[in-house]
Design a protein around this ligand. Structure first.
Ligand code: PA5
Length: 331
């Protein structure tokens, strides 16, 4: 894909939400009471978003995101393990599936193909097959929405169908405003190190922004949460070592105390000469908030790439590392 086609692909996020809305509805799993999402990078982020979603929609449900070779020790035969790998060839995720098998977990694979598809078929486990040919991170709606549908079928959350359809429509309607907002943000970020701050609830979104700036804009970026950062990272502003730009992602339903902390933090770092911007995340429900905030961040990252003359799509250094690892025996 040429750079402009990739940007156009990212701009079509609302259509991807609409296209992906029924994925996973044919998967039925019962007898589970907790969830582990196993994946890495652009595939794992859907697990973080699921965690935020469930913190509001199913507060009693334990959702754990596992980014490594093994699933956690608490995994058992009542655990739903959602193994996500866009390519299907990521060694950590393939290893996590083996670890989940050993623990007797209920496994569902979400992938466009590769070894994960083969592994799941051989083990006779359900697969949500998603379209191939995309960058994993740009396929986020195709990886994320099946999680909601599988959890609904498992009786763990209420039916998300109506909210998904409404979100697709609302995202489309707001698309040109989001693009404008993202362009303005990209202008401010050229030559800066973005630091993205949110409450715990939106930590997955802040981390998504960080990763999109890393992979699409090809720059360092970092995320952190309030209140925790008020007790450590804040001190770094007293001895600046880079050209930072801070983005506060404020959920309109954040605790009043968290909002107060955002205001004070903004003032304190402003007094140290660090510019910042605040994005208030609004929406009728948590799904709309998560998707709209992700969309704006994705757009800002590709517009920043264009502005700074880099191609947002390829991630050659990741591919290079993966190739080099293939030459080292997996023991
Ligand atoms: O966005 C990316 O390209 C990476 O972060 C990948 O998602 C990561 O390397 C894992 O690959 P996959 O998503 O195919 O499992």
């Amino acid at each position: 894909m040429a750079a402009d086609s990739f940007i156009a692909f990212v701009e079509r996020f609302p259509e991807h939400v609409s296209e992906a809305r029924n994925l996973g509805l044919d998967v039925k799993v019962s007898g589970v009471d907790k969830v582990v999402v196993a994946g890495i990078g652009g595939s794992a982020i859907s697990g973080d978003l699921l965690k935020s979603y469930c913190s509001e929609k199913a507060p009693g449900l334990h959702v754990h995101v596992s980014r490594g070779y093994d699933v956690p020790a608490f995994t058992d035969n009542r655990t739903l393990v959602l193994a996500i790998s866009y390519s299907g060839n990521t060694e950590e995720t393939l290893s996590a599936v083996k670890s989940a098998m050993r623990k007797g977990a209920r496994i569902v694979a979400i992938t466009s193909g590769g070894k994960l598809m083969q592994q799941a078929e051989q083990l006779n486990r359900p697969v949500v097959a998603i379209p191939d040919g995309f960058q994993p991170r740009a396929a986020m709606p195709y990886l994320f929405l099946p999680l909601l549908n599988v959890l609904f079928n498992a009786g763990l959350i209420a039916d998300p169908a109506q909210e998904i359809s409404a979100a697709a429509g609302a995202l489309k309607a707001a698309s040109s405003a989001y693009r404008e907002r993202a362009r303005m943000l990209a202008d401010k970020l050229a030559g800066k190190v973005p630091l993205i701050y949110s409450s715990e609830k939106m930590a997955g979104v802040a981390y998504r922004w960080k990763c999109e700036f890393n992979e699409n804009s090809k720059i360092h970026a970092f995320s952190h949460v309030i209140p925790e950062l008020n007790h450590n990272e804040l001190v770094g502003y007293t001895r600046l070592n880079a050209n930072y730009y801070v983005i506060f992602l404020e959920d309109d339903s954040d605790l009043r105390r968290v909002k107060e902390r955002i205001k004070l933090t903004k003032e304190l770092i402003g007094a140290k000469g660090v510019p910042s911007t605040q994005l208030v995340i609004k929406g009728d429900n948590v799904l709309m908030k998560l998707l709209s905030a992700v969309y704006i961040g994705d757009l800002a990252s590709v517009y920043l790439a264009k502005l700074t003359g880099v191609d947002p799509e390829p991630v050659a250094i990741i591919e290079d590392l993966k190739k080099q690892l293939q030459r080292v025996p997996f023991v």
